[in-house]
Design a protein around this ligand. Structure first.
Ligand code: HEC
Length: 139
């Protein structure tokens, strides 16, 4: 079995429980977003999102520092790209990569938010919360 397959299996139940809990939150609930990040993302991206999680050392491709998403995008937080990256709408993810696809784990109410250019995008409440938290930690 591949390393990736093993990881998915190990983390599966924890993801499902945390995702169910995250589903109870309100739109743009930053605290809930922080909790989702700790549950689903910190293993690779690090608890402070700097890209230094405990699993980073065994990944072929290093998880990026998520506190610098805006800085790397000319100072503008790439909201749509981040949402699509997490729920798997981003084709890069669909075609494989180290980053797991979380679409199914963050099911729940769909809410509309605006991307960085003012266009509406639809995403699950839990992902919206998570992305709202990520926006608060940009450096
Ligand atoms: C198994 C390790 C792993 C986990 C868990 C993980 N990521 Fe990632 N992530 C990566 C890696 C590796 C990359 C960079 C390589 C790639 O693009 O596939 C990445 C890339 C990203 C990017 C793209 C950054 C950019 O510049 O566009 C975002 C956003 C992101 N992750 C957010 C998250 C969020 C939010 C979670 C939790 C829901 C998460 N990741 C969980 C490993 C992980």
């Amino acid at each position: 079995m591949t390393r990736k397959g093993r990881m998915r299996k190990t983390l599966g139940p924890a993801f499902a429980v945390a995702a169910a809990m995250a589903g109870a939150g309100q739109a743009q609930d930053i605290e809930a977003g922080a909790e989702s990040f700790a549950a689903h993302c910190a293993t690779c991206h690090g608890s402070d999102a700097a890209g230094d999680g405990p699993m980073a050392s065994i990944l072929v491709k290093q998880p990026p520092d998520l506190t610098r998403l805006a800085a790397r995008n000319g100072g503008l937080f790439p909201r749509a790209r981040v949402v699509f990256r997490i729920d798997g709408r981003d084709q890069l993810v669909a075609h494989g990569g180290e980053m797991p696809i979380f679409g199914g784990l963050f099911e729940g109410n769909t809410v509309a938010i605006k991307d960085q250019s003012g266009q509406p995008i639809l995403a699950s409440e839990a992902i919206v919360d998570l992305v709202a938290w990520l926006e608060t930690i940009q450096e």
